[in-house]
Ligand binder design. Structure first.
Ligand code: UDP
Length: 451
């Protein structure tokens, strides 16, 4: 499915500057580049991607007005809100220049992260079509739609009931699984959500990073809600574009040689992504839970993730006890790690990219969701797809030890591994010729080519 040579459409992509948003956008850019499109990345100066990783792309930085403190805030929604204000003018200026005299030919279309609603005003002004990439899961998007509706009609109030109370209209979710979007400014989320929804309505297309058979009901719901904006499900994007991620932290590849020496499916890999943080007590509980489980482990402790400290003070005696069994690194080549035959489990915060990567590599999960949509994803992992175990009581060393054993050695873990192996096969089929994501991608290309 290569496009015609005589016409090389030029796409401008704009990622949101968070790791979990940058990766899928650059994967999409790489995928479309491999189909013959010319790609310009307009990006914020904060968390800018490394052009050396994408020698075929053109990069255009724009100032974003974020201070260092704001960029590392634990309130990402406020950052998104600020960026929507500060980026509009520089984005407009850069795009206007590209439209009139860019070396890569006229701009055919913009593809931006759906949370950047300001692009609507710019695209309308420049008369450019706009496509949106949603980086969260179809399941969560559909749950949010149902939830909004249920709240509007007064059918449920999430402030009532115990945290473990099931919400009958959206099983198997409980009150405590409902995402909390509170920010330091209470009006921020409401305003942001309204602007984002308005911007979606007039988009040319809406892209999701998932595959049809994982949760067809959810996709149908999102499709209906986005109508008449057409929905294209083209995931898992990283399977189409392996190696197209852009790590904001240097990945430590030395762990691969260590994995080579471990028995098949014996290692539990632990990483809570690029935003989640824990405190020192939680670190201690995790450390002793791991040590007491007596399983080999590869643990990512991201700099700054323990109460903002740059590096970690591990509990006394831990290193001695786990020297033979464990490895701690600052950042992993995660997709490679999950694909390694020695890895038998993934203890994750259930960010959508991590969850998708785990499913697509056939690795069952231990789930410790941290914020937003991660609770919903964890609940689906444990209770719908049944490929993981959720830790329900935060970080408690006895529960951790027991859960790791259930996942890694007990029959329960074996059954989960079989189920996730089936999902892996379905995901692999979806990106192969004739598969649902492959076909959806072709339809998306046809749409862009028709512009
Ligand atoms: N990742 C990585 N190395 C790590 C941990 C994570 O390369 O040690 C990548 C991972 O493969 C994924 C992204 O960072 O693509 C994290 O995205 P996700 O949506 O899972 O979580 P977030 O960081 O947005 O919370």
């Amino acid at each position: 499915m290569q496009i015609q040579e005589k016409k090389v459409p030029h796409l401008v992509i704009l990622p949101l500057p968070f790791q979990g948003h940058i990766n899928p956008m650059l994967q999409l850019g790489s995928l479309l580049h491999s189909k013959g499109f010319s790609i310009t990345v307009i990006h914020t100066q904060t968390n800018s991607p490394n052009p050396a990783n994408f020698p075929n792309f053109n990069f255009e930085p724009i100032p974003d007005g974020l201070s260092d403190g704001q960029a590392s805030t634990e309130d990402p929604l406020t950052v998104v809100s600020i960026l929507n204000d500060t980026c509009q003018v520089p984005f407009n200026d850069t795009l206007s220049r590209l439209v009139s005299d860019g070396p890569h030919g006229p701009v055919t279309c913009i593809i931006n992260d759906e949370l950047f609603h300001f692009t609507k005003a710019v695209a309308d002004h420049l008369k450019l079509p706009r496509i949106l990439l949603c980086t969260s899961s179809p399941t969560c998007s559909s749950i949010m739609l149902s939830l909004t509706l249920l709240q509007q009609t007064g059918a449920i109030s999430i402030t009532e009931g115990q945290p473990n109370t099931l919400i009958p209209e959206i099983p198997p979710l409980r009150i405590k699984d409902i995402p909390d979007f509170s920010t330091t400014d209470p009006d921020t989320f409401e305003r942001l959500a309204e602007n984002i929804l308005n911007a979606i309505k007039s988009a040319l297309a809406y892209i999701m990073n998932g595959f049809d058979d994982l949760d067809p009901t959810a996709l149908e719901k999102v499709r209906e809600d986005r109508h008449p904006t057409p929905l294209f499900t083209v995931g898992p994007l990283y399977k189409f574009s392996p190696g197209a991620s852009n790590s904001l932290i240097t990945q430590d590849h030395s762990c691969m040689a260590w994995l080579d020496k471990q028995p098949p499916q014996s290692v539990i890999y632990i990483s809570f992504g690029s935003v989640a943080s824990i405190d020192k007590t939680e670190l201690e509980e995790i450390a002793w839970g791991l040590a007491n489980s007596d399983q080999p482990f590869l643990w990512v402790v991201r700099p700054g993730s323990i109460n903002g400290d740059d590096w970690v003070e591990l509990p006394e005696g831990f290193e001695e006890k786990t020297r033979e069994k464990g490895r701690i690194i600052k950042w992993a080549p995660q997709q490679e790690v999950l694909a390694h035959p020695s890895v038998g489990g993934f203890w994750t915060h259930n960010g959508w990219n991590s969850t998708l990567e785990s499913i697509c590599e056939g690795v069952p999960m231990l789930c410790s969701p941290y914020l937003w949509d991660q609770n919903v994803t964890a609940r689906y992992v444990s209770h719908v797809w049944r490929v993981g175990i959720q830790l329900e009581n935060g970080f408690d060393r006895s529960e951790i030890e027991w859960a790791i054993r259930r996942l890694m050695v007990e029959i329960e873990g074996k059954e989960m591994r079989e189920r996730v192996g089936c999902l892996k096969e379905i995901a692999t089929r979806s990106v192969a010729k004739g598969g649902s994501s492959y076909e959806s991608l072709q339809s998306l290309i046809d749409l862009i080519m028709s512009l």
